[in-house]
Write a protein that binds this ligand. Structure first.
Ligand SMILES: Nc1ncnc2c1ncn2[C@@H]1O[C@H](COP(=O)(O)OP(=O)(O)OP(=O)(O)O)[C@@H](O)[C@H]1O
Ligand SMILES: [Mg+2]
Length: 438
């Protein structure tokens, strides 16, 4: 499980989401703004053209009607009518002073176009929908009314909004692709760093891709190799020293056994025994880093655990097998035996009895638990006891002996075979150690 996964929605935690939002919102605003500006400009010029045309046409019509004999005027009205205005003979309807800027503007323009002497005057008849009348007095004194019902000009083609939506969708897709391209290597790097174990040779990052990504991947792989080499070197030194110490210790033991019976001899032998244990564990610890090298074999899980537990029962140790599942699994037998052995040894040594059980968890991984009924480990030290040579205060003064390497070996070995080890205190009493193997 990644420690970085977050569920908060706002503000978004993911860098990709943030960059995506910033770029997309910015581009969308810019695009929307230029569309609005274009719309406004087109609207203004279309209105201007419209006003211009109306002004000239109305001027011509008024001049013509003025010259026609009064009885003939009615015949011409139909011809002079347009879809946003028509002429009426007579005073028209009563209204209020012109209410809109546009109507005042048009009336003013008509007044200028027809010239002086026509007593041009406008009235708004209704606002929704807008309708206004411009009254003109012809030279023979008869009234003429121009009734205007303005309808909006559509300054842009109907397909333009569709183009806008298409553009925005294109932006959406392109930004998403770009951000993904930029953010994915980071996520991969984080994953690789998390999967990295200092000793087991972790998966190498792919060194392909854009220059910067490839550089980061190469740097990461180099770092991983350097750390692995460093750790390997140290473990090799530990293994060599431990191994080479075995021969002089064996020699000393043989010599001590030749000594006369007595308390000194007993003490010497006990110390040598402890040293032997330390050295053996040291070698085991150094080797445990390479536990993954063992080839896994198909094994019956129940049979494997039973044989492990029987070995303890044979020598009279209080170890029991509780629930387990049937079926086979790929097991690195030696490594797992060593891990469980160390846990069981601890359970017996510090927690009186050991109870082994196995099950499959929700993800299908095999889990094996070793539980005891001892005092457990203080919560604050649950992590520390996994470190090499760390022993609890009580254990140091004990007669039990021990190098403090058992858990460190168990952790390193489980990691080397791709699993994980977790210690926790049980609710009522005792410690529970769970090995999870995918
Ligand atoms: N089941 C347990 N209950 C209580 N304390 C424990 C338990 N298992 C381990 N500990 C504590 O954790 C310490 C570290 O354990 P670890 O197995 O690493 O070393 P060790 O048992 O002291 O020595 P070694 O296993 O190398 O002989 C122990 O000294 C003990 O104090
Ligand atoms: Mg131990």
């Amino acid at each position: 499980m990644s420690r970085f996964a977050g569920s908060r929605l706002w503000p978004p935690r993911g860098m990709a989401t943030r960059i995506y939002l910033i770029i997309f919102v910015g581009l969308m605003l810019a695009q929307g703004l230029s569309f609005a500006v274009m719309f406004y400009e087109r609207y203004e010029s279309a209105t201007e053209v419209m006003l211009d045309t109306v002004e000239h046409e109305v001027g011509t019509s008024v001049a013509m009607l003025d010259r026609l004999p009064a009885p003939e005027r009615a015949n011409w009205l139909g011809l002079l009518q347009r879809d946003n205005y028509r002429f009426l003979l007579g005073h028209g309807q009563p209204g209020v002073p012109l209410a809109s800027e546009r109507s005042r503007e048009l009336t003013h323009r008509i007044e200028k176009e027809v010239g002086p002497g026509y007593h041009v005057q406008g009235d708004t008849i209704s606002m929704h929908p807008e309708r206004y009348q411009v009254h003109v007095t012809l030279h023979d004194g008869s009234p003429l009314t121009l009734e205007v019902t303005p309808h909006g000009v559509a300054p842009i083609a109907q397909w333009l909004p569709v183009v806008l939506v298409l553009q925005l969708s294109l932006l959406l897709v392109c930004t998403w692709l770009a951000v993904r391209l930029a953010a994915r290597p980071l996520a991969q790097l984080a994953q690789a760093a998390e999967a990295m174990t200092p000793t087991a040779d972790g998966p190498r990052m792919s060194e392909k891709g854009p220059t910067e990504v490839a550089q980061a991947a190469i740097a990461f792989n180099t770092m991983q190799e350097r750390i692995a080499r460093h750790v390997k070197e140290r473990l090799h030194i530990l293994a060599s020293i431990s191994h080479d110490l075995q021969t002089p210790i064996t020699r000393m033991r043989l010599r001590a056994e030749l000594l006369e019976e007595g308390e000194d001899r007993q003490k010497l032998l006990r110390d040598l025994h402890e040293m032997e244990h330390l050295v053996r564990e040291g070698v085991a610890y150094a080797r445990s880093a390479h536990g993954g090298a063992e080839t896994p074999v198909r094994m019956d899980v129940k049979a494997f655990l039973e044989s492990l537990v029987f070995d303890y029962q044979d020598i009279g140790k209080p170890v029991t097998l509780a629930e387990t599942f049937g079926g086979v699994a790929m097991i690195r037998q030696q490594a797992l035996r060593r891990v469980l052995g160390n846990l069981i040894d601890n359970a017996i040594k510090y927690g009186v009895t050991a109870e082994v059980s196995a099950w499959r968890n929700a993800q299908g991984a095999m889990c094996i638990a070793v539980r005891d009924v001892g005092p457990g480990i203080p919560e604050a030290q649950l992590d520390q006891v996994l470190q090499p040579f760390y022993r609890l205060e009580g254990s140091r003064s004990r007669e039990t002996g021990g190098a403090g390497l058992g858990l460190a070996i168990a952790v390193q070995l489980t990691r080397a075979i791709g699993g994980s080890l977790r210690l926790s205190n049980r609710q009522d009493e005792g410690l529970e150690a769970i090995v999870t193997l995918p």
